[in-house]
Design a protein around this ligand. Sequence first.
Ligand SMILES: Cc1cc2nc3c(=O)[nH]c(=O)nc-3n(C[C@H](O)[C@H](O)[C@H](O)COP(=O)(O)OP(=O)(O)OC[C@H]3O[C@@H](n4cnc5c(N)ncnc54)[C@H](O)[C@@H]3O)c2cc1C
Length: 421
Amino acid sequence: MTTVAVAGQDGSESGEGSHGMGPDAFEGEARGFLEGHATRRSDEAFVWGEGSDSVGLFPERTPAQEAADLAAARAWAQTVFDAGFGWISGPPAYGGRGLPREYQRIYNTVAADFRTPSMAAYGIGLGMVAPTILAHATEEVKTAYLRAMYRGDIVACQLFSEPGSGSDLASLQTRAIRDGHEWIVNGQKVWTSGAQFSDIGEIICRTDPDVPKHRGLTGFVVDMHASGVEVRPLRQMTGGASFNEVFFTDVRIPDSHRLGEINGGWTVALTTLMNERAAIGGGGGGVGLPTSTRLVELARAMGRSSDPLIRQQLAEVIVNEQVARYTNLRAVAKLAVGQLPGPEMSLAKLSLTANMARTCELLASVLGPALIADTGAWGTYAWSEYLLGVPGMRIAGGSDEVLRNILGERVLGLPKEPAPR
Ligand SMILES: Cc1cc2nc3c(=O)[nH]c(=O)nc-3n(C[C@H](O)[C@H](O)[C@H](O)COP(=O)(O)OP(=O)(O)OC[C@H]3O[C@@H](n4cnc5c(N)ncnc54)[C@H](O)[C@@H]3O)c2cc1C
């Protein structure tokens, strides 16, 4: 029998390659590492009223807490990387281990049984920026940043949206003008998650204003510590400040830090956006998700678990949680065999956020006024943070409406909506 190896997007191979380690041996190695460095989750059953009742979708932290969380995440990322599990399917030339993609899934499955620090700070960098660097950057940039990103040494952010450009990203105005071997960038980005602790950013700029909007963009990797980069925090309605405005004033970027072709930035942006939808749809990218157990225990604690209407709402949430998960797995399975997933990504993100809206309705039914008025009772008002985070989730990474347009036009074959004049 002939085994055909298909090159994945990360240069990994699918199937048994020449790496010399079978999946069982790898799983044993991963389990051994995690047993030695982390605590098993199964040892800590969920008990109503004990531990933290935080269920927010976005972090609500002081700068000091943020720094402590980042230090813990960094230390864990470095331990994982140095043990050979930080970039399992990445090409060895840039610090990866060169194993097939399914080995990453094996590791994730084993790791899900262990309690480890939140890697939210690295979600955008590893979920979206690193795959784009791998696909479009120069050798110099791949060598300089990929290993450091996967080892947790540096954090990356995504500098796409602007005050006048979100869904219509191609209309962005931040300018990059060539000056010899460098580019000079001026403009403003907004809603940049994690810019306050990022070391590098993927930025899309306008490099030719005289051609149709999609054809005049170029992507770059920018040093967030460079002169002329100013990060200003934005406070969200939940109280925290996870997002920022980022101002660029005469910031110089070497041409070697260009991603893809000059004026080929739209292709670069699409690589990132495709990975963004996959990361959010899969519950990655730092998105905290309530577990079904917590919702069931909430209904019990409020004395509502025998109410048939509540049971029906609960069942809908749990069933649709599985739908969102399986839809995402379809996209991941395509990636594993070297195919590019299509609308599954949009569908997975839409399924996830539709279920968040359903979860809010369930919470309102179970908690009533305790959802919006703090009685001090554990595990009740804490859900208001979740409720207030859902609108952001429905916008980030492609709004519900925009994703519906994509599905309507590309899956259902409906006519395109008329372009604005
Ligand atoms: C939590 C969060 C994190 C984010 N993090 C980042 C980040 O790290 N980096 C980054 O670059 N950006 C980030 N963003 C910004 C995000 O990408 C944009 O908010 C998003 O693309 C929408 O753009 P907008 O806010 O300009 O809204 P608009 O595009 O102005 O949309 C406004 C409303 O119009 C609707 N709409 C727009 N176009 C259409 C259409 N064609 N058909 C039907 N309805 C339409 C939208 O659905 C929405 O309801 C983040 C946003 C959020 C909420």
